[in-house]
Design a binder for this molecule. Structure first.
Ligand code: C5P
Length: 232
């Protein structure tokens, strides 16, 4: 079987990993793993089943038996949980925080590990997350750690919300910034697979860069990998 070339894209929330990874996968004709969606789905499934968010064993069981389906639809992929379209429900701030809570549970991380590795299929995979380069695909030949200042990430999130809901929501900025800092703190301080760059990752700070510039830099690194025939 042909091997899959894996590009890992890790970093804190709001650094532009999702947009960058999707564009990268499209350009290269690679598969895409949005690992955050799996943690969001686990959090949502746990909430809907009334599972105690402090019960590690029960949360592990939720992750092991997640009734999730990624259904091909006209507008990309529809995410279903037990047959219910949860595309919007997993994108709320609450779902992000719940994902971060269940993501700190080793039983949940262990349950989702093989499921994530199974996404690596030829010709290649772009894996978007927090521990793609450190834990899930430690042998990946190209690892990116995409970051940006918390203030810049909060401004981008505010713009996204304004585009979605309309109007001036700038009074929400302090809360958005506080949420981002809280999630960063929770993700980087946990014992199990904390958020940090892999030793061999290329760190890109996108605070003052647009998506096109970030994409061009990663594509350049990918070409170099191809020429060198090895890792960075
Ligand atoms: O990337 P996204 O914002 O969708 O991820 C939601 C949360 O899921 C993150 O804040 C993080 O706590 C958790 N997560 C994780 N490991 C991953 C991806 C996401 O712990 N590989």
């Amino acid at each position: 079987m042909a091997e899959a070339f894996v590009i890992t894209v890790d970093g804190p929330s709001g650094a532009g990993k999702g947009t960058t990874s999707a564009a990268l996968a499209r350009q290269l004709g690679f598969h895409l793993l949005d690992s955050g969606a799996l943690y969001r789905l686990t959090g949502l499934a746990a909430r809907r089943a009334g599972v105690d968010m402090a019960d590690a064993e029960a949360l592990g069981e939720v992750a092991r038996t997640l009734p999730v389906e990624f259904v091909s639809a006209e507008q990309g992929v529809r995410v279903e949980l037990g047959g219910d379209d949860v595309g919007a429900a997993i994108r709320t701030e609450q779902a992000g925080m719940d994902a971060s809570t269940v993501g700190a549970v080793p039983q949940v991380r262990a349950a989702l590990l093989q499921c994530q590795r199974d996404f690596a299929k030829a010709p290649g995979l772009v894996a978007d997350g927090r521990d793609m380069g450190t834990t899930v695909f430690p042998a990946a030949p190209l690892k990116i750690y995409l970051t940006a200042s918390a203030e810049q990430r909060a401004r981008r999130r505010l713009l996204q919300l304004q585009e979605k809901h309309g109007g001036d929501l700038s009074e929400q900025y302090p809360q958005i910034l506080a949420d981002i800092k809280a999630r960063d703190q929770q993700d980087s301080k946990r014992a199990s697979s904390p958020l940090k760059p892999a030793a061999d990752a290329v760190v890109i700070d996108s605070s003052d860069m647009g998506i096109d510039a970030v994409l061009a830099q990663i594509l350049g690194l990918y070409q170099r990998c191809q020429v060198d025939g090895g890792s960075m």
